[in-house]
Design a protein around this ligand. Structure first.
Ligand SMILES: *Cc1c(COP(=O)(O)O)cnc(C)c1O
Ligand code: SF4
Length: 334
């Protein structure tokens, strides 16, 4: 299919949206009508470069250096300061590899680092120092991981993560999904992604079709931190996924100055529920080098979820958790 067919033009849409994403601090600030002196600590030369799609920029308030969306993507000089206890691999990813690119930490489920690419660079990302270049990229190089899953009948769920698994095109994703689908003891397929939040047109007909074709139960965990991140285009993408039978959950990270108030947590939860996503986890920040300035105390999180429980229906209150290396699940804090 070529030319004006809906499928092709949509597929090129999200890829060109990614190609056209904002990558320079100058441009980001000028789009937001900010001057360098409004954000004195910003760092144009960060080794984890700025990346933010224009669809997301459009949801950031103009002339507000404290905007909760801007703070998630703006590189700061603070990221270069040393903080004890903040590590390059805070959750022990590299010591839990069962095969190249395959993390097996918890019973019955494995996580594939499907790609290192993302639609956005989140400044608090716990995999910001992950050695993606050394990980498998082609379906051939995934064979050891797929074999390891096939040989372990205790594995019922495969999680596609990254990076962002939806940075892969539909053809590549379909190869992976089909390979997992053909492992008899695999029952569930889960995506962890921020891509359709950034670029909602990623939920195109090709992607929906590959979800409809698999016999696996499908889940998608969105990573949404603030209600302002959700606009009507995001809500439409969510609706498409629900009609394709995908279970939708959300996890967020508790971030200082971004979502650490009761009002912002309640708004996020209710907005999620209203568009059809259930709150799943609220994560205590993983202590990755460069992200110390985002950390809130565990007590802050505990009192937030306690107060949310008094205000919201039970299903709208996320479980407040942290990841402790070596444990057999996330650790429930509340
Ligand atoms: C977080 C994580 C999972 C998923 O844990 P759930 O509690 O099932 O959401 C699976 N594998 C790894 C390596 C993880 O870090
Ligand atoms: S989308 Fe996820 S993996 Fe990518 S930078 Fe953001 S938090 Fe990290």
């Amino acid at each position: 299919m070529e030319g004006s067919s809906g499928q092709v033009s949509k597929a090129t849409n999200w890829q060109s949206a990614l190609q056209g994403a904002v990558r320079s601090l100058d441009e980001l600030l000028s789009l937001l009508q900010l001057r360098f002196k409004d954000v004195p600590d910003c760092d144009p030369g960060s080794s984890f470069p700025l990346l933010v799609p224009r669809e997301y920029v459009a949801r950031i308030r103009l002339r507000d250096p404290r905007d909760p969306l801007l703070l998630q993507v703006l590189p700061l000089g603070l990221e270069n300061s040393f903080s004890s206890g903040f590590l390059s691999d805070p959750v022990g990813d590299l010591s839990s590899e069962a095969a190249p690119g395959l993390l097996h930490k918890y019973p019955s489920r494995v996580l594939m680092i499907a790609t290192g690419m993302c639609a956005v660079h989140c400044r608090y990302c716990f995999r910001r120092h992950f050695p993606y270049d050394e990980k498998p990229k082609s379906i051939e190089s995934w064979q050891p991981a797929l074999r390891a899953i096939a040989e372990d009948s205790s594995v019922e769920e495969v999680i596609l993560s990254g990076g962002d698994p939806l940075s892969l095109g539909n053809a590549k994703l379909q190869q992976l999904v089909q390979a997992i689908d053909s492992i008899p003891h695999a029952r569930r397929l889960r995506f962890h992604t921020r891509f359709p939040l950034m670029i909602p047109s990623r939920i195109d007909s090709g992607f929906l079709e590959l979800l409809r074709q698999t016999r696996l139960a499908t889940l998608m965990v969105w990573h949404i931190n603030h209600a302002n991140e959700i606009d009507e285009h995001v809500a439409v993408a969510v609706g498409e996924l629900r009609r394709a039978g995908v279970q939708l959950l959300n996890q967020s990270v508790l971030l200082r100055g971004i979502n650490d108030s009761l009002d912002s947590q309640c708004k996020l939860s209710l907005r999620l529920v209203d568009i059809g996503i259930l709150p799943y986890y609220l994560h205590q920040l993983d202590r990755v080098e460069g992200a110390a300035h985002f950390e809130c105390s565990v007590d802050t999180g505990l009192s937030l979820v306690a107060a949310m429980r008094e205000r919201l229906p039970g299903y709208a209150v996320p479980r407040f958790v942290r990841e402790i290396p070596g444990e057999s699940s996330k650790t429930l804090l509340s």
